[in-house]
Design a binder for this molecule. Structure first.
Ligand code: ZN
Length: 528
């Protein structure tokens, strides 16, 4: 099972749909729904768009579309915010915020309501689907419906509207150039507590990226923002009733701003990073703590006007850098590096040691993932590849350690491909099939996921699931080489489980993963 995935997503990875001829049930709002409406087509600026992962769906006579595919096709930026189950659509200078299961849509400081006749945005078969008419209307598109051909049309508004394409371009250029020029200003620090979670908000004038350190005696989390400065007179909350955080201190250092969170004990830290700020989410860790950074390309998730913050500047400095115990300097997935060894692969058997992963019918995920991983290793080695294993026995490397292992250089180069191998699990035993996760920002990671998925579908009797956006998965996000996470099949399904523990099943899955790796490696070699 993936470790960092919300229940919501875990609940909805079910039947795969690859063609418009829907012959399968839809899973949403917690149950299956029979679906047999006629196909609906999309025509955008006069071009027919055939969405890949979900077709347009009609519910109560209203059309929902896969938000990412449709609005990215239109040139908008679409961002999924896992913590809040929200999707942000950034269109020129407008940002629309939709929430799964909610009829409220926010745009800037305005709130709109989806009519009660229309369905709310929802996850259908794991894809975020939004009601097209109200969403596109708010963004300023012209929306039409041709009943004869069952086609939804979407068109850019004519000239003279509020959407100025030149403005979009200049904004993009600005974002691309954010590595030069003046220090980035941090203007405000806000704090709040939400249930058992503490949140720290920073408002910034351009994207900032933290380097995170953990210290003990006393326990604290330090976040350094290189190239950023707290502005004179920046606002800083006082914080007295945090569940996790006792105090927040901030100060400017040579060429960076430093934020120190004094904590009761080391928490899990998750960071949502956007162009206008970051949100630091601290929650209680059970056992080892975790650290996650999520980039939100255009998400205006920090709204300083919703917080009234008393001024409390703090000039404390933090000098004890020698006691760094963990450096999680971001190594966000990139394929631009030419320091890859195209003859080397990292295989990551999921879980292990104290972490059994999913357990079903007496079978532990950690044992299955290791068995398949070792077979993949043997096949790769037989073909002349160097293989690095994150574990070869019943041990538990942390996720951070797996990424460190994956980044180790040999003769100055790191393995060009990383594959993490898992088994899936679900509350209902009917869920079954094979899936692969990738990071959408990684070109070859996406190709890798598709190649492994296609080979597994071809080589096994498992039901075809899908390739999925796995950008929330730590090892997919943090590895610096193209990566994929394979959910081979469902341990919680009797038939899948029997296959997963069989020699034949393990061999076939290993063969598929091997074929997907080699095919992708050949593409990468050819292009580099
Ligand atoms: Zn797993």
């Amino acid at each position: 099972m993936r470790r960092f995935i919300s229940m919501l997503v875990a609940l909805i990875m079910l039947t795969g749909i690859s063609a418009y001829a829907l012959d399968t049930d839809l899973y949403y709002e917690g149950s299956y729904h029979a679906y047999n409406a006629e196909d609906i087509y999309l025509e955008i600026n006069g071009n027919r768009l055939k969405t890949k992962e979900m077709p347009p769906i009609a519910i109560n006579g209203r059309t929902l579309v896969p938000v990412r595919e449709v609005f990215e096709y239109l040139g908008d930026e679409v961002t999924w915010v896992q913590n809040t189950n929200q999707v942000l659509i950034d269109h020129g200078n407008k940002t629309l915020v939709l929430t799964l299961g909610s009829r409220d849509i926010y745009m800037g400081s305005s709130k709109y309501s989806i009519p009660s006749t229309d369905p709310a945005p929802m996850a259908i078969n794991s894809k975020t689907m939004v009601p097209i008419r109200v969403t596109a209307d708010l963004l300023g598109y012209e929306v039409g419906w041709d009943a004869d051909t069952r086609t939804v049309t979407l068109d850019e508004p004519g000239s003279g509207s509020t959407d100025d394409p030149d403005e979009d371009d200049s904004k993009k250029d600005e974002n691309n150039a954010d590595t030069v020029s003046d220090p980035k200003d941090i203007t405000r620090i806000g704090l709040s507590t939400n249930g058992s979670t503490d949140l720290v908000y920073l408002a910034c004038d351009s994207p900032v990226e933290p380097t995170i350190y953990r210290y003990d005696s006393p326990e604290r989390v330090v976040l350094d923002f290189n190239g950023a400065q707290l502005t004179a007179g920046y606002s800083n909350d006082s914080f007295e009733n945090g569940n996790i955080i006792k105090e927040v201190r901030a100060a400017n250092h040579d060429s960076m701003a430093r934020l120190v969170l004094d904590v009761k004990s080391q928490p899990n830290i998750e960071i949502m990073r956007s162009a206008t700020g970051i949100v630091i989410i601290a929650s209680a860790a059970s056992g080892g703590y975790t650290t996650k950074i999520n980039d939100l390309k255009n998400g205006a998730i920090y709204d300083p006007d919703n917080y009234s913050i008393p001024v409390k500047p703090d000039t404390n400095t933090e000098t004890n850098d020698s006691s760094v115990s963990l450096d999680t300097t971001g190594t966000v997935d990139t394929t631009s590096s030419n320091s890859f060894d195209y003859n080397a692969v990292v295989i990551d058997p999921g879980h292990g040691g104290s972490d059994p992963g999913a357990i079903s019918g007496g079978v532990k995920e950690k044992d299955v993932t290791l068995a398949i991983s070792l077979l993949v290793r043997d096949k790769l080695e037989a073909a002349g590849y160097n293989v690095t294993m994150t574990r070869e026995g019943d041990t538990y490397p942390t996720l951070e350690e797996r990424v460190v292992i994956a980044s180790e250089k040999n003769n100055g180069k790191i393995p060009a491909i990383f594959v993490s191998i898992h088994c899936n699990s679900f509350d209902t035993s009917t869920a079954n099939g094979t899936q692969v996760y990738y990071h959408p920002d990684s070109k070859y990671g996406t190709i890798l996921a598709e190649n492994i998925y296609n080979a597994n579908v071809a080589n096994t009797p498992l039901k075809a699931g899908q390739v999925h956006d796995g950008s929330t998965l730590y090892v997919v996000r943090k590895t610096i080489q193209p990566a994929a996470l394979v959910e081979t099949a469902f341990l919680s399904n009797d038939s899948d489980r029997a296959y997963l523990v069989s020699k034949e099943g393990q061999e076939a899955l290993a063969q598929g993963i091997y074929e997907g790796i080699v095919k992708t490696m050949n593409v990468m070699k050819g292009n580099n």
